[in-house]
Design a protein around this ligand. Structure first.
Ligand SMILES: NC(=O)c1ccc[n+]([C@@H]2O[C@H](COP(=O)([O-])OP(=O)(O)OC[C@H]3O[C@@H](n4cnc5c(N)ncnc54)[C@H](O)[C@@H]3O)[C@@H](O)[C@H]2O)c1
Ligand SMILES: O=C(O)C[C@H](O)C(=O)O
Length: 355
């Protein structure tokens, strides 16, 4: 029976009928979709592809039938990762690129560039403690993106996202290539966590759950809006909501502590990164009503960047949705997060312009 299941799975993959979805109707990773003979060519580059996130993310992107070319770039280790992933019998051609001199080839022609390059946290560190190393890495990679694939959608995973996205924006502005509809801080893992934790407490099917998460991607700047969660749960007290909010905000730290010095979330992040990249590809391909949360240029608060629901279309961000009705608890959370998020954004802008 197992063999016949594997055979039919393989047949479906060969026909290109498997896709990814985190939509409200289903959070299952693999799902039949509209992919067909007419699916356009799409090149996706993963920068930091040999890392803890990069490797499983590269595998998940290899499983995505919307990808025709997968470029795996890192400063070391990519030949092995690319050879390994390339043996998976799905649509995309895989190529590995290593070192500065191969970055141009890796990036040229990319429709989506996913960036999980940089150091992860160890116990006791904040995401901001990664700034000194990761800011320079992101700046260098974005300088190359501006040169070699200025029209690509950029999915920024490297922390601190609250600062690395503003750094990327400044680099692109200086290069004259900035398009605010094409730059995204990936906050999908916060949404994935909020859905999982909510489903557990509300006792509902996790596949049916939707929870917007707004603000930024660090501690109290992560603001899950459980008042807007669906399906509605009648069994959750105010104390439950406070606990769920705190667990979502501390989700990254929970993993960092459990890994005890061996890094931060990699597998769940690869899953979340693959979902978000898939949403970007669907938008580019003209699939209607693709809506996910992301940290983007925004005017829905006083801050220049903010995470909220965004509609993804043929050019990237088509619409940034405002926050909708908030509970009093969420209104307080919003007030509290603004100063910290503001200073992280300003730190990124200052770094990009000083160096
Ligand atoms: N946005 C999120 O929700 C989220 C979630 C988890 C982790 N992260 C962040 O993602 C980053 C990567 O985490 P990880 O666990 O994969 O780390 P890792 O150390 O396992 O991997 C990072 C990879 O980046 C590579 N790298 C370093 N400099 C590079 C450069 N200039 N160009 C290309 N590649 C380069 C390294 O060689 C390594 O392979 C960290 O900053 C981490 O904090 C973000
Ligand atoms: O917590 C981290 O440092 C990694 C990531 O931002 C996460 O949320 O898991």
């Amino acid at each position: 029976m197992r063999t016949s299941m594997l055979r039919s799975m393989e047949a479906v993959l060969r026909r290109g009928e498997i896709s990814f979805s985190s939509s409200s109707s289903s959070s299952h990773l693999l799902r039949r979709s509209y992919a067909s003979e007419s699916t356009p060519e799409r090149k996706v580059a993963v920068l930091g592809a040999a890392g803890g996130i990069g490797q499983p993310l590269s595998l998940l992107m290899k499983l995505n039938p919307l990808v025709s070319n997968l470029a795996l770039y890192d400063i070391a280790g990519t030949p092995g990762v690319a050879a390994d992933v390339s043996h998976v019998n799905t649509r995309s051609e895989v190529a590995g690129y290593m070192g500065d001199e191969q970055l141009e080839q890796a990036l040229t022609g990319s429709d989506v560039v996913i960036i999980p390059a940089g150091v992860p946290r160890k116990p006791g560190m904040t995401r901001d403690d990664l700034f000194n190393i990761n800011a320079g890495i992101v700046k260098g990679l974005c300088t190359a993106i501006a040169k070699y694939c200025p029209n690509a959608l950029v999915n920024m995973i490297s922390n601190p996202v609250n600062s690395t996205v503003p750094i990327a924006a400044e680099v692109f502005k200086k290069a004259g290539t900035y398009d605010e509809t094409k730059l995204f801080g990936v906050t999908m893992l916060d949404v994935v966590r909020a859905k999982t934790f909510y489903a557990g407490k509300a006792n509902v099917n996790v596949a049916d759950v939707n929870v917007p998460v707004v603000g930024g991607h660090a501690g109290i700047t992560i603001l899950p809006l459980f008042s807007q969660a669906t399906p509605k749960a009648n069994n959750l007290s105010d104390e439950h909501i406070v606990a769920l909010t705190k667990r979502t905000q501390d989700g990254g730290t929970e993993v960092v502590e459990a890994k005890a010095g061996k890094g931060s979330a990699t597998l769940s992040m690869a899953y979340a990164g693959a979902l978000f990249a898939d949403a970007c590809l669907k938008g580019l391909n003209g699939v209607p009503d693709v809506v996910e949360c992301a940290f983007v240029q925004s005017s829905i608060t006083e801050l220049p960047f903010f995470a909220s629901k965004v509609k993804l279309g043929k050019n990237g961000v088509e619409k940034v949705f405002d926050l909708g009705p908030l509970s009093d608890y969420e209104k307080q959370g919003l007030e509290k997060l603004l100063p910290e998020l503001k200073s992280s954004i300003e730190k990124g802008i200052k770094f990009a312009n000083a160096n």
